[in-house]
Design a protein around this ligand. Sequence first.
Ligand code: SIN
Length: 282
Amino acid sequence: MPRLTKLTGFIGAEIGGLTIGEQISPADAAFLRKSLAEHQMIVLRGQHLDRPKQKALNRVFGAPMRLPYVEPLPDDPETIAVLKEADEGGGGVFGGEWHSDFSFLENPPAGSVLNAVEIPEVGGDTVWSSQTAAYASLPKDLKEIVDGRRAVHVGKPYGVKFAPPEETRSGASIRMTRGDPAADRETFHPAVITGPLTGAKALFLNPIYTTRLDGMTEEESEPLLQAIYRHCTRPDFSCRHRWQAGDVVVWDNRTTLHYATNDYDGHRRLLYRTTFTGAPPQ
Ligand code: SIN
């Protein structure tokens, strides 16, 4: 029987008593989906998933999604290697700023599965932040600004207009397409969305990809967005995962932000990531 232990007051649950195989029973799949909807990120330890098992777990939550701009494994377009080699120090790291994934797409990923293969002895934790908890406690003046408003998202790191400085980019082990003018187009999403299963409201703003609030210029939006980001990345709403090889974490990409810590220069870190799709954010 699977069992669930909450990891913090607002976000995260560890699932025990479940070994992920290539076939996942309807009852276990329903339990996993409910756990993710209610806790926004779930941890299963000691799984050591091979590729077919990771894909079976990914399929529990949605159809596999191929990510643009990030080069996948040569023999598997649905999987990316989140890799930093021991000799890749000194720069940024993939995912090393608070963000949700690819919110500049018309239909951003619903979530991802991250499967730890090689982990430094210390460091390389990942942190998730509940945007449901952040919305619930957002100060009234900021709530009034975001409620019923859309926000504009742009694929900044992959485009031309906002191309990031070289030294902040992640190292050579993750190859990305840069300089694509199409990534500069604006996509509009509600600034507050509703979790499809729980009905709970969550902030849907992205420190990497949101350029402005609809109806405002970038200059007018900037101080408001910064005030919201200071609130929504508070440690109160977060869960920090200390990885061990064999762990797998699944997260809801719409109602959380995440952050990959970059404190392990000189050590190799490898995780495999798959992503699943869902209905567009509402
Ligand atoms: C990411 O998917 O943003 C990277 C997460 C991590 O490497 O911990």
